[in-house]
Design a protein. Structure first.
Lengths: 188, 188
């Protein structure tokens, strides 16, 4: 219970509930869970190309022949990659930065995998880099830095669209969302 | 108190609190409030050009010489107009549709002010119509209908950008927001 309660978002009550749930599991299911926890640390590693987490290197995405390896979508964290994969729209490769530039927290461009991204682009075969860092101050600063680094490469560098979220109401949109939506308007 | 409690969002407790607040007001302030309520019904009317609510006709926006009258931003409701005005970015005119196309609710294009918008465009002097209906099924259908009606006019018809809202995290974005953000990506 102590081990479980140390996990993020799990309080002592939940830990108790989970512990009793594990007691009721079959030996097989309990071992499967134990094995999964073990494997996260033992077998999961970073892909040497895109820095996604995977049990293979290159990862399942980088080595998938059905994907378009001429496009790279740049994200801050592996969980952003998972979210974009869930949307099932994007069929290119990724590049995981490992965070965003935040000078106040001591995180500079050198701490991210930007240099490796520039190498991947230099190696050739890439026609577009889509920057999908978060639409926040730090994410925008990081996007700008990447864009500057890739400027001389001559490839197309794009930023995901910001604007009003699908399904929402204009009436409840913030000033900055409306400003983005107006500035980014597109011909119909 | 009964009259107050009949207003949306005001329960019996709030009505009581407001009633006692009015009792404590000076006669002058209380009359000002009464006059404002009276004026909403007696003096507020629709602008004959843009259908915004105003106590003048044409409304304060249509008659403002500092605004750009060659751009029209089309919104569903007067409250959308207020929200966009609050963002203080847009400096053109408006056109209030009075709702959106919703066949299931019996609202067709003829029930909105689309015909009048087409007339305004036909009258000349307009270079762009920005469609700022909500990013919903009905808002999109309405935008498409307007775009079709204005097709022959030759003027530029744009739609406000949809995408990931400023300040949010990609990790929590829905599939449709991410699809919009990827599809609408722009060169940096």
């Amino acid at each position: 219970m102590e081990e479980l309660a140390a996990l993020p978002g799990i309080g002592p009550k939940s830990a108790e509930r989970i512990a009793f749930h594990i007691l009721r599991l079959s030996a097989e299911d309990a071992l499967k869970l134990a094995r999964a926890v073990e494997n996260v640390k033992l077998r999961l590693k970073q892909c040497s190309a895109c820095f996604n987490l995977s049990d293979t290197d290159p990862c399942h995405i980088c080595s998938d022949p059905r994907r378009d390896h001429s496009v790279i979508c740049v994200v801050e964290q592996p969980r952003d990659l998972l979210t974009i994969e869930r949307a099932a729209r994007y069929r290119g490769d990724y590049h995981v930065l490992g965070g965003h530039i935040a000078p106040l927290d001591g995180i500079e461009a050198e701490h991210l995998t930007i240099a490796r991204l520039a190498e991947r682009v230099k190696d050739g075969g890439i026609r577009e880099v889509i920057i999908a860092t978060n639409p926040t101050l730090e994410g925008d600063a990081t996007a700008l830095e990447i864009s500057n680094r890739l400027r001389d490469s001559g490839i197309k560098v794009t930023r995901i669209a910001r604007g009003i979220p699908s399904g929402s109401q204009i009436e409840y949109a913030s000033n900055s969302i409306l400003t983005d939506a107006l500035d980014g308007r597109r011909e119909m």
